[in-house]
Write a protein that binds this ligand. Structure first.
Ligand code: C2E
Ligand code: MG
Ligand code: MG
Ligand code: MG
Length: 293
């Protein structure tokens, strides 16, 4: 994207100017193309939600799922969200796309919990622009009502960077959303700039420890110290902790030892389409051996 092109240009030395123009041009053209394709994609229903299982680290049972957006582009194949979300954000399309995600995820929750007679949680990522929208609580409320689900089954994920700037305004928005009875989480925790002193003022239920702090456990002692500290702090603030990016059983062992409640990662399952969930639910006992300690 343009930021990346700018960054590269600044580091390109004497020829940076030409490099900058080239790269920026390419990045701009690409994002203009993507933007017009995104508009079509919304109309043509090229988007799909995948769901990544989250495992209760105490019992090994399924805790819930995180909804993750996928774009099945007709010629370019699957385009990952890190590519198109920033474009959707800049162009304002994220408002419509985000509303689609909330509607779709809520209907999924209704099917899932009705079919299995369960109370699985489903997390939905909110973008910065959606979170700033004065109408966001109404939009969430509407999707809950339409699907006829319990609001407590829906978990709204925010990132630290959205909570910067006008803190009072951010708290106000969070309170509006919390008033619906949904859960609120901070995603990618530890990678942003949120001040710990604000954390206690936020009506947050869950911290999601970023994958960056998990991936090198048990080799990186600093990451272990940081994860340990985040988990302990969250618990003292009465928040739940979900660890992201669990890929190895050593990760599970460490997190179980630290009483981290929930885990998510490729070790358990990648994000999967809804039609594969039935199979996952039937076979998920295979994780049980990870929890016999
Ligand atoms: P995120 O919310 O932090 O989601 C977790 C990302 O980590 C997902 O990438 C997931 O597939 C990936 N992941 C899960 N387990 C592992 C693991 O064990 N190892 C590794 N290496 N990765 C793992 P994904 O689906 O590509 O999504 C990337 C980001 O795009 C998300 O990060 C989120 O910030 C954003 N995103 C996805 N869906 C939506 C959406 O509906 N709305 C908004 N606003 N953002 C979304
Ligand atoms: Mg997330
Ligand atoms: Mg995350
Ligand atoms: Mg992330």
């Amino acid at each position: 994207n343009a930021d990346l092109a700018m960054y590269k240009a600044k580091n390109a030395g004497r020829n940076g100017f030409y490099f900058y123009n080239d790269e920026l041009n390419k990045a701009l053209q690409e994002s203009i193309l993507l933007e017009s394709e995104l508009r079509i994609a919304l109309k043509e229903q090229e988007f799909e939600l995948y769901y990544q299982p989250q495992i209760d680290l105490k019992t090994g049972k399924i805790f819930g799922f995180e909804a993750l957006l996928r774009w099945n582009h007709p010629t370019r194949g699957m385009i990952p969200p890190n590519i198109f979300i920033p474009v959707a954000e800049q162009s304002g399309l994220i408002v419509a796309l985000g509303e689609w995600v909330l509607t779709e995820a809520s209907l999924f929750i209704a099917r899932l919990n009705q079919k299995h007679n369960q109370s699985y949680m489903v997390a939905v990522n909110l973008s910065a622009r959606q979170f700033k929208d004065k109408n966001v609580a109404n939009i969430i409320q509407h999707s809950i009502a339409r699907a006829g689900i319990k609001s407590e089954w829906l978990d709204i994920e925010l990132t630290e960077s959205m909570l910067m700037g006008d803190i009072n305004e951010a708290i106000h928005q969070m309170q509006d959303i919390k008033a619906l009875g949904v859960q609120l989480s901070i995603d990618d925790f530890g990678t942003g700039y949120s001040s710990l002193s604000y954390l206690k003022r936020f009506p947050i239920d869950t911290l999601k420890v970023d994958r960056a702090f998990i991936k090198d456990i048990p080799h990186d002692k600093d990451d272990m110290a940081i994860s340990d500290a985040i988990i302990a702090m969250a618990h003292k603030l009465n928040m739940k902790v979900i660890a992201e990016g669990i890929e190895h059983k050593e990760h599970v062992q460490f997190l179980v030892e630290k009483h981290c409640q929930v885990g998510q990662g490729y070790l358990f399952s990648p994000p999967i389409p809804e039609k594969q969930i039935e199979l996952f639910l039937n076979e998920s006992q295979v994780y049980q051996h990870l929890f016999n300690h």
